[in-house]
Design a binder for this molecule. Structure first.
Ligand code: PA5
Length: 534
């Protein structure tokens, strides 16, 4: 399959084109055979049937005993009951009305005519979608600027709040947490509240929450009288929540056409609902992934959008794919260690970085190129850089060159081509990948809608913080004045001698932040003496 004529034929045989969206998926540069496709056919038939049941309201997330309803967000008429339909339409209408009022100044800060900024606080599925869309649809002079706190890194928080400082009195805070109890989001909220209070501003008059009804965050927002709250539902997963209030409210506040996002997703959903491999672009992606990874994650997925605006699509997909598919157990309880590792940034920038290894080094990946056909905003041709050549011609040439070079060196690639970066295309891209991940999850028989590893990480951090509180209590009680303890004594006195290394790491961190006294050489733990500052 190497002559140009054969490849051109394969390209045409496998090219998927959605006429209404002007959207292409090309899997011709993945080396699967007709036999492989035939073998996969029964698996796909089962996956299509499972997907149909999921959309009809089956408990597709059995561990959490939940339905999986992100497809209903863009087609509420498909939701399995009236109450869900009502939840979707009423939340959408509330988001739309609220954003319009903020933009017009009908909802405004206490001491100014309009909000100028949005501060979005959340993590994981409550941040990556809004961040991706904000960058994809950024304009030179936005109606409202958006900033994000998506971590509990104090220095990162200080930077964002510092940059907003002069405009804090006109900044609307959007706190996003489905569970309403995620520490990073809660900490971001508390830090922001502190910054408002330091400026004499009443935080509740600047804040809205997007969260599950009855969650801790929901209770705080209601008790403190925040401007409003927007509902998040248990049948929407964090990583598939971009087209719920989680993504729609920040987008609408920036003036992004959320109805077009939903419409693009709806049209793509219709295409990816078709139970026919060659007519279904998400199934084609899942087929290509399975072929490259042997259905066992044997190769990594490298996402290379040739468009700066789509830089964060790689990060967005990293979560969507890895949190969904990266599972120890399959649905029957067998240990499978499933997943596909995803990384990437953007072309052609990455051609000056890791693409060297992709082209010539270890062959442990397949690439996905995202090609955007239009180079610039309509009517803006830009300068001619060489006779007859514009900047976008270079970008396109670099993409084609890399695709060709990879293939010639035995490395597979997929290309997704879209006409432009627009709200409609963003919706279509999100829907395409949500469905591909869902179908692939069924192919490899994992629950793509839970995240036990994420929950385990949250619990592990809580154990460390609990130990830190005990360490501080022992130091305060036993080392006030001139007394001090060795690390071993300290671990013994907190009742966890086996956790000596954790105690040492806690103490080293506290010392670096001037919250305890530490004498000795921190690189030699047994030499250390610890005491409280009291
Ligand atoms: O996709 C997921 O479920 C996670 O990444 C969550 O979005 C993340 O942990 C944040 O959770 P929450 O929205 O409950 O604060």
């Amino acid at each position: 399959m190497n002559s140009a004529t054969e490849l051109w034929q394969r390209y045409q045989d496998w090219l998927y084109y959605h006429e209404e969206l002007n959207f292409y998926v090309d899997i011709s540069r993945i080396r699967f055979t007709a036999d492989f496709v035939a073998q996969m056919q029964p698996k796909f038939e089962k996956a299509f049937a499972d997907m149909q049941a999921l959309e009809a309201g089956a408990i597709a997330n059995p561990d959490e005993d939940r339905m999986v309803g992100h497809y209903w967000l863009r087609a509420p008429e498909l939701a399995p009951n009236e109450s869900l339909k009502h939840d979707i339409t009423s939340t959408l209408s509330k988001v739309d009305t609220f954003a319009k009022k903020v933009i017009k100044g009908e909802i405004h800060p206490p001491h100014a005519a309009k909000f100028t900024d949005i501060l979005s606080i959340g993590i994981g599925g409550s941040a990556l979608g809004p961040e991706f869309v904000a960058q994809a649809m950024a304009v030179t002079n936005p109606l409202l600027n958006i900033s994000f706190i998506d971590n509990t890194d104090p220095d990162g928080i200080d930077l964002v709040l510092g940059q907003l400082s002069a405009r804090l009195a006109t900044t609307l805070v959007v706190v996003i947490s489905k569970s309403g109890g995620t520490p990073e989001a809660a900490n971001g909220m508390k830090e922001a509240k502190y910054a408002y209070e330091q400026k004499g501003l009443e935080f509740n008059r600047y804040a809205v929450a997007i969260t599950g009804e009855g969650s801790k965050l929901d209770r705080i927002a209601k008790e403190e009288g925040w401007i409003d709250t927007f509902a998040m539902y248990d049948w929407i997963g964090g990583r598939t929540s971009e087209l719920s209030a989680v993504g729609l409210l920040p987008a609408a506040l920036q003036g992004i056409d959320i109805m077009a996002m939903l419409e693009g997703a709806k049209v793509m959903d219709e295409a990816t609902r078709i139970a026919n491999l060659k007519q279904n672009p998400a199934a084609l992606l899942a087929l290509a992934w399975y072929s490259e990874t042997n259905g066992k994650g044997e190769k990594d997925m490298v996402i290379l959008p040739y468009k700066d605006r789509l830089l964060l699509f790689s990060r967005y997909l990293q979560q969507l794919v890895m949190e969904s598919l990266g599972k120890e157990k399959d649905l029957d309880g067998n240990t499978v260690y499933q997943g596909i590792a995803v990384y990437g940034n953007k072309g052609s920038t990455d051609q000056h970085a890791y693409v060297q290894q992709l082209r010539e080094g270890v062959n442990n990946f397949f690439a996905t190129f995202i090609e955007v056909l239009s180079d610039r905003a309509p009517g803006n041709k830009g300068p001619e850089l060489e006779p007859g050549i514009f900047a976008g011609d270079f970008l396109s040439g670099f993409w084609q060159g890399t695709r060709k070079a990879l293939y010639e060196n035995g490395r597979g690639s997929i290309t997704v081509s879209i006409p432009e970066v627009s709200p409609r295309m963003i919706g279509a891209l999100i829907a395409l990948y949500e469905r591909a991940v869902g179908l692939y999850g069924f192919l490899v028989n994992v629950n793509a809608y839970h995240q036990p590893g994420v929950e385990a990480g949250k619990k592990a951090a809580a154990v460390i913080l609990d130990l830190q509180k005990k360490v501080m209590a022992v130091l305060d009680a036993e080392t006030a004045g001139s007394a001090s303890l060795s690390i071993a004594d300290l671990a013994h006195k907190v009742g966890q001698p086996e956790a000596i290394e954790t105690v040492y790491l806690i103490v080293r961190h506290l010392d670096a932040n001037s919250r305890i006294n530490l004498e000795g050489n921190t690189g030699n733990p047994s030499s250390l003496r610890v005491s409280s500052l009291l």
